[in-house]
Design a protein around this ligand. Structure first.
Ligand code: SF4
Length: 429
């Protein structure tokens, strides 16, 4: 196994009636363990224990920049050869590791057992393990599980699986509760604070966030809860919340000036706050965002962009670069096309945009080479070879690690696309 997963399905491409190219060939993506890198910073009293191999431990360390913490909030329980050979009981080993960890770290309130390819291959039942360990360590520590394996996943599914695992544990809202607003998706604290301020100024109830910053502060949910999704890859989490009665506010995602404006307006409409006050509150930050974008538009307008499927942010980002930066979309690849979640985004894409879902990496590379785009957004595994061929790239994972949501970050988001082109131009000069 490796962190970049080549997986082969049946031959492709498959024709489709809706004009989307569907491919099921070899793909190059990071696995869901990667999400731990940003999730462990968000939930400050949680610990992510990967049940995996040395490869999983190396992936986490390199993705996290080999940070040295006195009190790290993630680690790997390595399944060794004895366990793989069936000579040791994996459950006993796991219980021992968790007990030791929780004795040494009384600050942990929420422990995620994160499944990996090796734990899935040996069919280690982490949901039963989580139940057993929760029974032992509650109420001090709740133990949950989700899968971060690279078997048929892409890296942002790690966050989706983690949040979906949290949903059944969320408290129920009080009977007869007033309508409340829930923002779903891990966002940097600074972005959450900006959003909270704007919602408050518009006159909406103070939003709650999933995930919360602390395990004991997870939001209550129920039929009076209206959710705004902040990340386009949260399909399972959205479904799980809908099963708890939560109603979704449909909107484009808050990327760029236009997307963020539409996102706030949708929330304001859902709460009957979409009058002059809402427009007056949103106008100044929107104008600042438009101004910040104009600085990059000159460098980016007319440039041809190719998205390889990786982060699941591709469709909203394609809408953003096409409509707000004037870029031309050559191909917009996405690992999964969640039509319902992306309906408002798809409606805003330029007519005739070439969309592809899934991947057959060699065919897609051939299309990319033939098109010679000015900028390619792709995973790390493809970026170096493409750069070596003289094609400028942007790592898609950077778009997930960086604060890019909202009005104040719109200029930074555009800068992420402008910088590689600028670097290439300087090298050529
Ligand atoms: S979960 Fe699978 S793909 Fe991810 S690092 Fe571990 S072995 Fe590799």
């Amino acid at each position: 196994m490796s962190a970049v997963v080549p997986v082969t399905f049946q031959p492709s491409p498959q024709a489709s009636a809706d004009g989307v190219l569907r491919e099921r060939g070899q793909r190059e993506v990071f696995c869901g363990l990667t999400g731990i890198v940003w999730l462990h910073r968000k939930i400050q009293d949680a610990f992510f224990l990967v049940v995996g191999s040395r490869t999983c431990a190396h992936l986490l360390q390199s993705a996290a920049g080999v940070m040295i913490f006195a009190e790290p909030r993630f680690g790997t329980a390595i399944i060794d050869e004895r366990t793989l050979a069936g000579l040791a009981d994996a459950n006993d080993e796991l219980d021992r590791v968790v007990t030791r960890l929780l004795e040494r770290r009384p600050d942990i309130r929420l422990l995620f057992l994160v499944g990996s390819c090796p734990s899935e291959v040996i069919k280690l039942d982490l949901s039963r393990a989580a139940e057993r360990l929760s029974g032992r360590f509650m109420p001090q520590v709740r133990v949950l599980n989700y899968s971060g394996s690279g078997i048929e996943t892409t890296f942002t599914q790690g966050e989706d699986a983690c949040l979906a695992a949290l949903v059944p544990q969320l408290p129920a809202e009080a009977r007869g509760a007033e309508p409340s607003l829930l923002v779903v998706g891990a966002l940097p604290d600074v972005v959450e604070d900006q959003f909270s301020r704007l919602f408050g100024q518009i006159g909406l109830p103070a939003p709650r966030f999933l995930p919360a910053r602390r395990a004991g502060a997870m939001p209550p949910v129920g039929p009076a809860t209206r959710m705004l999704i902040a990340q386009p890859f949260l399909a399972d989490t959205t479904r799980a919340l809908q099963e708890r009665g939560v109603q979704r506010i449909t909107a484009p995602f808050p990327f760029g000036a236009e997307g963020t404006l539409a996102w706030f307006r949708a929330a304001a409409r859902a709460f009957g706050c979409d009058g002059d006050r809402c427009e007056a509150v949103l106008a100044p930050p929107h104008a600042r965002a438009v101004q910040a974008l104009s600085r990059h538009r000159a460098a980016l307008a007319g440039k041809r962009m190719f998205f390889f499927p990786d982060s699941q942010l591709e469709v909203p980002l394609a809408r953003f670069v096409a409509r707000e930066l004037g870029m031309t979309l050559v191909e917009v690849g996405t690992p999964y096309l969640h039509r319902e979640l992306l309906a408002d985004e798809l409606a805003l894409l330029p007519e005739g945009t070439m969309l592809s879902e899934g991947q057959d990496v060699d065919r897609q590379l051939d299309r990319c080479r033939a098109a010679r785009p000015d900028l390619v957004v792709c995973g790390l595994g493809l970026a170096n070879p493409l750069e070596a061929e003289g094609i400028t790239t942007k790592w898609s994972i950077e778009l997930v690690f960086s604060p890019v949501h909202g009005f104040e970050q719109a200029g930074d988001l555009a800068a992420l696309f402008a910088r590689p082109l600028d670097r290439r131009a300087r090298l050529a000069a």
